[in-house]
Write a protein that binds this ligand. Structure first.
Ligand code: NAP
Length: 279
């Protein structure tokens, strides 16, 4: 048999991971984690598990008997999975949501890597911002607030379209409240968008920071990752501000999951290139 006839022996997956959500067809996680397994020569596979809230309890029971080594958890299950776990990290408890399941022996544990993912690009700045303003008061805002407080940002404030939701969250995390109409008056060094404004589709031309007026000393951080350069970031860049995009956070939170599961790191730059291609 010539070398050309030789059949490449496939890497047989020995471990199975996946993302649990509803719906999950749009998720970028299977492409990213499967690419990372191949890149590092790890014999594992990552699947998508689309389970409705009605199917959740049955699925989580099955997780304990199936050869599932870890799961990403996404909308709408990030809170609902918590009672079914054997332990939850302190940070995930503070956020009130879990986005990663992993095993410690026979204990199924929950972590929230959105916080680590959010913080990674800020840590790369090498300097803790003196103040930060968070726009939005949904699930992502909770991880962002926990992260900013964990990082030791001295002045954190929150602004949201629905003031009642902002008030509840601001009280829970002990941060300052800024009325939505006055968000642009709050001279924060770091402005973080956690609203879906700017997302591909109907909201793409929108920004949470209308009539842009930022100073070059400010940093704009957008959690929206599709498109990578949102209107908010493009406007801020035009004003000479530093910007951080949501794709950087998305890859960083996935790397934190991968590290928990495998003890290894996949390279961030090609991962971002892969996701840009997919988007
Ligand atoms: P969520 O729980 O639904 O919260 C959305 C927040 O945005 C709410 O506070 C809502 O305000 C506000 N909002 C929605 N539409 C608005 C509008 N037209 N004008 C002003 N405010 C508006 O969503 P989430 O889970 O926090 O996710 C938010 C965004 O973060 C999504 O785009 C998601 O893709 C992104 N995200 C990215 C990453 C990443 O890794 N890059 C991770 C997590 C989330 P009200 O309270 O007034 O409704």
């Amino acid at each position: 048999m010539s070398a050309a006839d030789e059949i490449r022996i496939p890497l047989i997956p020995q471990k199975i991971y996946g993302v649990l959500g509803h719906p999950v067809a749009h998720s970028l996680s299977p492409a990213l984690h499967n690419w990372a397994f191949a890149e590092l020569g790890i014999p594992a596979a990552y699947l998508a598990f689309d389970k409705s809230p009605e199917e959740l309890v049955e699925f989580l029971t099955a997780v304990r008997s199936l050869p599932l080594s870890g799961l990403s958890v996404t909308i709408p299950h990030k809170v609902a999975v918590m009672p079914a776990l054997d332990g939850i990290s302190g940070l995930a408890r503070r956020v009130g949501a879990v986005n990663t399941l992993y095993w410690d022996g026979d204990r199924l544990l929950g972590e929230n890597t959105d916080i680590a993912g959010f913080l990674e690009p800020l840590r790369d700045l090498g300097r803790t911002p003196g103040s930060a303003l968070v726009l939005g008061a949904g699930g992502a805002a909770r991880a962002v607030l926990a992260g900013l407080l964990d990082l030791g940002v001295p002045r954190v404030s929150l602004s949201n379209r629905t003031p009642e939701k902002a008030a509840v969250l601001a009280a829970e995390f002990g941060v300052e409240l800024v009325p939505w109409e006055h968000r642009q008056d709050a001279a924060a060094e770091l402005v973080v968008n956690t609203t879906p404004l700017g997302m591909a589709g109907e909201r793409q031309e929108l920004s949470p920071w209308a009539d842009i007026c930022m100073s070059p000393s400010q940093t704009a951080y957008d959690l929206v990752y599709n498109p990578q350069k949102t209107k908010f970031l493009a406007d801020a860049e035009g004003m000479g501000c530093r910007t951080i995009d949501g794709l950087t956070m998305f890859v960083a939170q996935a790397r934190a999951q991968f590290r928990l599961w495998t003890g290894r790191d996949f390279p961030a730059l090609p991962a971002r290139r892969l996701l840009r291609q997919l988007l």
